[in-house]
Design a protein around this ligand. Structure first.
Ligand SMILES: NC(=O)c1ccc[n+]([C@@H]2O[C@H](COP(=O)([O-])OP(=O)(O)OC[C@H]3O[C@@H](n4cnc5c(N)ncnc54)[C@H](O)[C@@H]3O)[C@@H](O)[C@H]2O)c1
Length: 342
């Protein structure tokens, strides 16, 4: 157990500090990485952690490297933290052409929620923006965010999808995420850029994620749906530490890296743990059908080691956060979904 972990997180500042804490491995990696770095899609749930972490790792490594953060949304908080921010709509080909072209790109743009009924917008953002980026970032090294949802819904007995599991995306969000990978592949296959596709399952922190969703239901006395009875999650800071280092794996043709935590946990059991911490009796709906978006990240875990913030600690942090009425991003994950409709 890492004894530098705080016992509780009492403010957004404390949460951001832990989320953006660079690991020794990342600091060493940043020390030898050539070129500047750009986080594209830095204004979402994960992007601010990614940009702050990259900047702290550069500072800790004592190297000179500019970290750019790009989004169509405002990025004032990152600008205030000294990060070079750029407002850009990746759907606008001319605007994309004006972006700087650093050697290293972490690409995080995507659209998920609201996809049902607005499928064309989801396809456009997930594929057209990625095409514009791939066209503009030829010659670069790219860690491109994807999702474990490009794999089929897996049975618990499978051990989760590995990088060798054939893709079988369910529903238009997941299909368009595979399309996003293919936009990068179109250039990587021709040797025009290097890419590693990051198939992520559920980043979590105190303000959103599968654990926040379960914990806030328990706290509110609402039933927890256990139909999708098992999940994998990873502390968002650990995910970002791994993904930045995964830039080393980018190749042409592209390669794949699953990123999630090492445990496949029971939603029911985690809800009961929240119940004990919160002094609440959880209630349940549905029955486990043994299936879910289960992702096997043994390869990443073997390369980068166990996450620094273990599952039980994230449950503790999240329970304390919810009980204290801490800030929420108000973005439920809909992890219960198995039909691909978001
Ligand atoms: N959060 C998770 O647990 C999770 C799990 C699996 C996969 N992912 C993938 O990781 C990526 C990042 O996750 P997130 O949760 O931060 O996503 P998010 O939806 O919160 O953020 C996406 C960002 O992209 C930006 N964006 C959208 N359209 C744009 C455009 N035309 N031009 C410029 N910026 C634009 C948005 O403003 C937003 O800041 C997503 O694309 C998603 O597919 C996330």
């Amino acid at each position: 157990m890492d004894d530098t972990l705080p016992t509780r997180l009492q403010s957004v500042a404390e949460l951001d500090e832990l989320l953006s804490r660079p690991s020794p491995g990342l600091v060493a990696f940043m020390g030898q990485l050539d070129g500047d770095l750009m986080v594209v899609g830095a204004g979402g749930k994960i992007g601010p952690t990614m940009a702050r972490l990259a900047q702290r790792a550069v500072a800790a490594a004592g190297v000179r490297k500019t970290v750019f953060a790009v989004d169509v949304a405002p990025l004032e908080a990152l600008a205030a933290a000294g990060i070079e921010t750029i407002r850009c709509d990746l759907m606008d080909l001319d605007a994309v052409a004006r972006l700087p072209k650093p050697k290293n790109i972490v690409y995080m743009i995507g659209r998920k929620f609201g996809s049902t009924g607005a499928e064309s917008l989801t396809w456009a953002i997930n594929c057209v923006a990625a095409y514009h980026a791939a066209r503009a970032f030829q010659g670069c090294r790219v860690a491109g965010f994807s999702t474990g949802c490009v794999y089929p819904v897996m049975h618990l007995s499978s051990g989760g999808a590995t990088e060798q599991t054939p893709v079988e995306p369910v529903g238009e969000y997941a299909q368009s995420c595979l399309g996003r990978e293919r936009m990068w592949d179109g250039f990587a296959d021709q040797g025009k850029l290097d890419v590693v596709h990051i198939r992520l399952n559920y980043a979590v922190e105190c303000r959103y994620g599968v654990l926040y969703d379960v914990g806030s239901k328990v706290w509110a006395g609402e039933p927890v749906d256990v139909t999708t009875g098992y999940a994998n999650v990873i502390w968002q800071g650990d995910a970002c530490n791994q993904i930045l280092q995964a830039l080393a794996l980018a190749s042409h043709p592209g390669t794949i890296l699953n990123v999630t935590g090492p445990e496949t946990f029971s939603i029911r059991q985690v809800a009961q743990q929240f119940g004990r911490l919160m002094d609440r009796q959880p209630t349940f709906t549905g029955a486990e059908n043994g299936r879910g978006y289960l992702n096997n990240a043994s390869a990443a875990n073997g390369r980068f080691g166990n996450p620094t913030v273990p599952l039980s600690r994230i449950v503790d942090y999240t329970a304390q956060w919810i009980m204290a009425g801490g800030e929420t991003l108000g973005k439920p994950t809909h992890f219960e979904t198995q039909d691909g409709k978001y």
